[in-house]
Design a protein around this ligand. Structure first.
Ligand SMILES: *[C@@H]1O[C@H](CO)[C@@H](O)[C@H](O)[C@H]1NC(C)=O
Ligand SMILES: *[C@@H]1O[C@H](CO)[C@@H](O)[C@H](O)[C@H]1NC(C)=O
Ligand SMILES: *[C@@H]1O[C@H](CO)[C@@H](O)[C@H](O)[C@H]1NC(C)=O
Ligand SMILES: *[C@@H]1O[C@H](CO)[C@@H](O)[C@H](O)[C@H]1NC(C)=O
Ligand SMILES: *[C@@H]1O[C@H](CO)[C@@H](O)[C@H](O)[C@H]1NC(C)=O
Ligand SMILES: *[C@@H]1O[C@H](CO)[C@@H](O)[C@H](O)[C@H]1NC(C)=O
Ligand SMILES: *[C@@H]1O[C@H](CO)[C@@H](O)[C@H](O)[C@H]1NC(C)=O
Ligand SMILES: *[C@@H]1O[C@H](CO)[C@@H](O)[C@H](O)[C@H]1NC(C)=O
Ligand SMILES: *[C@@H]1O[C@H](CO)[C@@H](O)[C@H](O)[C@H]1NC(C)=O
Ligand SMILES: *[C@@H]1O[C@H](CO)[C@@H](O)[C@H](O)[C@H]1NC(C)=O
Ligand SMILES: *[C@@H]1O[C@H](CO)[C@@H](O)[C@H](O)[C@H]1NC(C)=O
Length: 801
């Protein structure tokens, strides 16, 4: 019998008459050729390799990534595994139009379609899925689809698995559908466009897994979701859902994973959640939930992963918790914990991930926690004291240790290098002192090391053997010696600022071929600003503030096409601003690139704030959204020349500070083209002539200083310039007039003018302020949302898919 069925299977496989239907083959070939057409402009030969077996002379059932039915009389295509055809192969962003899918929508027999991770952009046409009524499994995640989900998807009666995570789908809008661009801004006022997850979702009654993560859904979770009786996994993370935590979710009794993190849910954790006896994963991080954390959560027997952090939840430290669950992952970040770490956590013998950051926990690093051998320990932003127990580093499982911003002290144990599994070590903002033990160079997996803001001293050890170490922050310590360069050539971020390093600018920094961020501020570099810095072509951020740097600014800097932040202030630089600065592409384009840091570490880490002069005060720009900023600070030098007109091309620039130099001549009219500029400081120079009227075009401008120059004439009026009415920012010039400083210009001295002048001034003031806020502020907040600034995710080892 067994032999017979084997024989049958053999026949089915090799009988030529059982080829896949010609029309399906043609559809697939058409898909392949349009894919090649769209991507041929980029260097994607490897793509051809992936679909190499797809040729017209062979049976499409034998092609890679195609599954056919095993029918006796005919075979049809039932599965297409077309994931990562484009995405994985390319570092450059390629975009594939959604129309390439058109031929696939003719394959009526399809039961499984996996198109995930392909950089496909655009809308899915409304009728796309009409023919695919047999679909059981549909995966479109990690693409760039936008628009709304075609309603046909919700008529797919047999669908059991639907994943459209990480796209830009949004719900059905109740008003006029604006362009997505508008939507992104307006979405901040979610009530304005009450869009939400379509209630037809309840029609897919066979659904077991539903993943809508990282889209633009907002509004409420429809109660029709209760019709999905078989639902086991529901992932709505990283959207803009705003409603009171719906207690009806407690009726989804088959659910094992409920993931609602990073939304705007309010209210308490409803007691109906107790009914979800199969629950294994509950992710509620970063919402606006309030109330006490219910102790029954710990009685759900199967619960393994519990993420409650980043809400307004509170913890009753008197509650007697005798957990029935066996947690492997627990986040109670900012949950109002105080005193010592709750002792019941020590009974969770299977714990791998523990995040108790941003609480008010105190005491020594608990011995029981040392012995538990937890993989990730995140205790940053608490009040722990004492030194680190050497035993902690004997753990072979410790991979993430973040203790930043506590009150730990003492020297690092010499055996720190025993913890060979550590990838992320963050000890910033404590009172650690002494030398950094050389054994640290044995941690070959180390990716990120942040020792900033402590009292470490001495020479740095040799890190050349930490070949993966890409993110290094030693700033604000008392290290001395030559500026260290003994690091991996893979280093991406190197922050050495505010130490006592000396010596000349090390040439072999140029062998770090990945270096994006170099910060040496407040050290003492001897000699001139070297031309060879222009060879570090990956540089995005260069901070050499207050490093006693001499000489002139090398022309070659303008070859650094990714440079977005350049701070050379407080040095002894002479000469001019190279005209070629106008070619700094990184300052011309507004970046929407994600920083590589947030790409790699998907949980919330606060690492390496870049401290700069931002609108009159020193501010830390968070590494999470550094890509949003573009800044040029040349203040406090002895630069002496005219301002090159080419600076006006740096349209992405937000901050320009050339104050405290010896610039002379007229201000080029082109500065009015710096459309992103929020702060302009030209003070303390020898600039003369009029302040160009073109500055009224700077709609984002909120800080201006032109004082202590030789300007004359009328201060431009209109736009944001009308809001600049602090006399100090115009002081000490050679004869400025204008309503901002209440000095009438000579032609306006006629007796009838003043009253008209007054009313005009008020009007402009309101308009100016209004504009500054609505456009500037909201766009910024909107972008912060979109780039995930408010959306920290989980540790690498706790994604549950
Ligand atoms: C078509 O693909 C098959 C394998 O699927 C291969 O054996 C054959 O040589 C290919 N034919 C052509 C013309 O490339
Ligand atoms: C559905 O299939 C028919 C042929 O069977 C085709 O003409 C039609 O275009 C398909 N619809 C879509 C949306 O692809
Ligand atoms: C889908 O559900 C809605 C109610 O939510 C219902 O009116 C409609 O008839 C359903 N459509 C199908 C095709 O089942
Ligand atoms: C849970 O799912 C099973 C099948 O997977 C189904 O039979 C059962 O009705 C579901 N439970 C509930 C309460 O709907
Ligand atoms: C949830 O289930 C309970 C019974 O367990 C029922 O009384 C209640 O009406 C259900 N809620 C909803 C919204 O369906
Ligand atoms: C930190 O610890 C030191 C003693 O090591 C103590 O003097 C200081 O007050 C503590 N600071 C805080 C903020 O707890
Ligand atoms: C720089 O040179 C020193 C030796 O002079 C070497 O140890 C170090 O690894 C070099 N750094 C890089 C990034 O190549
Ligand atoms: C410049 O750096 C030195 C240390 O190298 C520091 O003492 C000084 O305060 C810094 N100056 C400014 C203006 O930040
Ligand atoms: C900058 O680029 C130009 C043109 O690509 C080249 O001629 C010049 O040598 C480069 N300068 C430096 C310092 O690399
Ligand atoms: C410009 O730089 C100077 C000196 O570095 C600083 O004092 C001033 O606050 C900066 N201006 C702005 C607007 O940030
Ligand atoms: C103007 O110059 C005087 C004298 O040099 C100085 O005291 C004053 O602070 C300056 N005013 C402003 C606003 O810079």
């Amino acid at each position: 019998m067994a032999k017979l069925s084997l024989l049958l299977a053999f026949l089915i496989f090799f009988t030529p008459s059982l080829c896949c239907p010609e029309d399906q083959k043609q559809a697939l070939l058409q898909f392949k050729s349009s894919l090649i057409k769209t991507t041929s402009s980029s260097s994607l030969e490897s793509l051809l390799f992936e679909l190499e077996s797809w040729n017209s002379s062979s049976d499409c059932c034998n092609w890679d990534r195609v599954t056919c039915s095993t029918g006796l009389h005919s075979r049809v295509v039932i599965g297409l595994h077309l994931d990562s055809l484009v995405f994985m192969q390319s570092m450059e962003p390629i975009v594939v139009a959604s129309t390439i899918l058109t031929p696939l929508f003719r394959i009526r027999s399809l039961e499984l379609l996996d198109m995930s991770s392909n950089h496909i952009q655009g809308e899915l046409p409304g009728n796309s899925f009409t023919n695919l009524s047999k679909l059981v499994y549909l995966d479109l995640k990690n693409n760039l689809f936008d628009g709304s989900i075609p309603s046909q998807v919700f008529h797919l009666r047999y669908l059991q698995y639907l994943d459209i995570s990480s796209n830009s789908f949004h719900g059905i809008l109740s008003g006029e559908v604006g362009s997505l661009q508008n939507l992104r801004v307006l979405m901040l006022d979610a009530n304005f466009l009450g869009g939400n997850i379509p209630k037809e979702i309840g029609n897919m009654t066979k659904l077991q897994r539903l993943y809508l993560r990282s889209n633009n859904f907002f509004g409420e979770i429809p109660s029709s979701i209760l019709d999905l009786k078989n639902l086991e996994e529901l992932d709505l993370r990283d959207n803009f859902l705003s409603m009171e935590f719906p207690s009806f979710i407690g009726n989804l009794s088959n659910i094992t994973t409920l993931a609602l993190s990073n939304n705007k849910l309010t209210g308490k954790i409803p007691s109906s959640i107790q009914k979800l006896t199969k629950l294994e994963t509950l992710q509620l991080e970063n919402n606006f939930l309030s109330g006490e954390i219910p102790s029954w959560l710990f009685n759900i027997k199967g619960m393994k992963r519990l993420f409650l952090g980043g809400n307004y939840l509170t913890w009753n430290s008197n509650a007697k918790i005798v957990p029935k669950c066996k947690l492997s992952q627990l986040s109670m970040k900012s949950c109002g914990l105080s005193g010592e770490i709750p002792y019941w956590i020590s009974k969770q013998k299977t714990l791998e991930f523990l995040d108790l950051s941003k609480n008010k926990l105190e005491g020594l690093f608990p011995q029981w926690l040392v012995e538990m051998e937890v993989g990730s320990i995140i205790l940053s932003d608490n009040r722990f004291t004492g030194s680190l127990p050497p035993r902690l580093f004997r753990s072979r499982s410790l991979s993430v240790l973040s203790l930043s911003r506590n009150n730990f002290s003492g020297e690092l144990p010499n055996n720190i290098g025993d913890a060979s599994a550590i990838m992320i070590l963050m000890l910033a903002g404590n009172h650690f002192s002494g030398k950094v033990p050389q054994s640290i160079s044995n941690i070959y997996r180390l990716l990120l090391l942040d020792l900033s803001s402590n009292r470490f001293s001495g020479n740095l050890p040799d890190f050349s053997s930490n070949v993966l170490l890409g993110y290094i922050d030693f700033s604000s310590n008392e290290f001395y010696g030559e500026i260290p360069t003994k690091f991996s050539q893979e280093t991406r971020i190197l922050a050495l600022g505010q130490n006592k390093f000396t010596g000349s600018f090390p040439r072999n920094l140029t062998s770090m071929s990945q270096l994006e961020h170099l910060d040496i501020h407040d050290n003492k570099i001897q000699g001139e600003f070297p031309e060879f810095i222009s060879q570090i072509s990956t540089l995005q951020v260069l901070n050499l503030r207050n490093t006693t740097l001499q000489g002139s600014i090398p022309d070659g800097i303008s070859n650094l096409s990714s440079l977005r932040i350049l701070d050379l202030s407080n040095n002894h630089l002479v000469g001019n601003i190279p005209t070629k600065f106008g070619n700094l592409i990184g300052m011309i384009e507004t970046q929407e690139k994600f920083s590589s840091l947030s790409d790699i570490f998907s949980f919330s880490i606060e690492f390496n704030d870049l401290i700069v002069n931002w609108k009159k005060s020193k501010q830390g720009l968070s590494s999470h959204n550094l890509e949003l900023y573009s800044l040029l600070d040349l203040s406090m030098n002895q630069l002496s020349a005219e301002i090159p007109a080419s600076l006006g091309r740096l349209k992405g620039l937000k901050i320009l500070n050339i104050s405290h130099n010896i610039f002379f001549g007229k201000v080029p009219v082109t500065l009015g083209d710096l459309q992103s500029l929020e702060s302009l400081d030209l003070s303390y120079n020898k600039l003369s002539g009029i302040i160009p009227q073109s500055l009224v075009k700077l709609q984002q401008l909120s800080v201006l200083d032109v004082s202590n120059n030789e300007f004359t004439g009328k201060i431009p009026s209109g736009g944001q310039m009308d809001t600049m009415n602090d006399p100090n920012i115009f002081a000490n010039n050679s004869g400025l007039c204008g309503m901002q400083i209440q000095v009438p210009c000579s032609e306006e001295l006629s007796p009838t003018k003043p009253s008209k002048y007054e009313s005009k001034k008020k009007w402009f003031l309101l308009e100016g302020l209004g504009f500054g806020y609505s456009a500037g502020f909201f766009v910024t907040v909107g972008i912060l949302y979109l780039t995930g600034y408010f959306v920290p995710a989980l540790a690498p080892n706790c994604r549950n898919q």
